[in-house]
Write a protein that binds this ligand. Structure first.
Ligand SMILES: Nc1ncnc2c1ncn2[C@@H]1O[C@H](COP(=O)(O)OP(=O)(O)OP(=O)(O)O)[C@@H](O)[C@H]1O
Length: 136
């Protein structure tokens, strides 16, 4: 699926993505500043959490909950990952088998990351305000 959007379209883009996907593991491939974190923020909100979403700065992963305390999602940013071993060491395989949503920024840092049940979202910058999303 391909979608072209600006920031004001994000709530409806998030809804469209959530209707399209049939698994909860989403990998975001995009250059710096394309809007990975911004899109994940819209998805978390659409999924019903009021948690603050920002790029994980410590320990590579953020955890989000629903307002009733239930675990909703894990948000990874692999940008600073040294190598794939570090991902295994942090227990990535266990996270992937959890029943939570999984949002991953910079998945290209883990070339062997190809779980069958993963959707890929590629974001391209068309101009300052406009992005093109390709979701498979
Ligand atoms: N259509 C759009 N969708 C998302 N962000 C947009 C859009 N148009 C402009 N922006 C701006 O682009 C920036 C995207 O920043 P964001 O941190 O989400 O990118 P990122 O891909 O997560 O970057 P990084 O890899 O550095 O973490 C924001 O400043 C946002 O306001």
């Amino acid at each position: 699926m391909e979608l072209i959007y600006t920031e004001q379209d994000l709530p409806s883009i998030a809804r469209t993505i959530l209707e399209y996907v049939d698994t909860k593991i989403l990998a975001f491939y995009a250059p710096m500043g394309a809007g990975k974190t911004t899109l994940i923020k819209a998805l978390i909100k659409e999924l019903g959490s009021t948690d603050n979403v920002s790029s994980p700065t410590f320990g590579l992963v953020n955890e989000y909950q629903l307002d009733n305390g239930e675990l909703l999602a894990y948000h990874f940013d692999f940008y600073r990952l040294k190598d794939e071993t570090e991902a295994l060491d942090m227990g990535l395989d266990d996270y992937l088998q959890s029943n939570a949503w999984i949002f991953m920024e910079w998945p290209e840092k883990i070339p062997n990351l190809t779980p069958e049940n993963m959707h890929s979202l590629k974001i391209e910058i068309l101009d300052q305000k406009t992005r093109k999303l390709t979701l498979v």
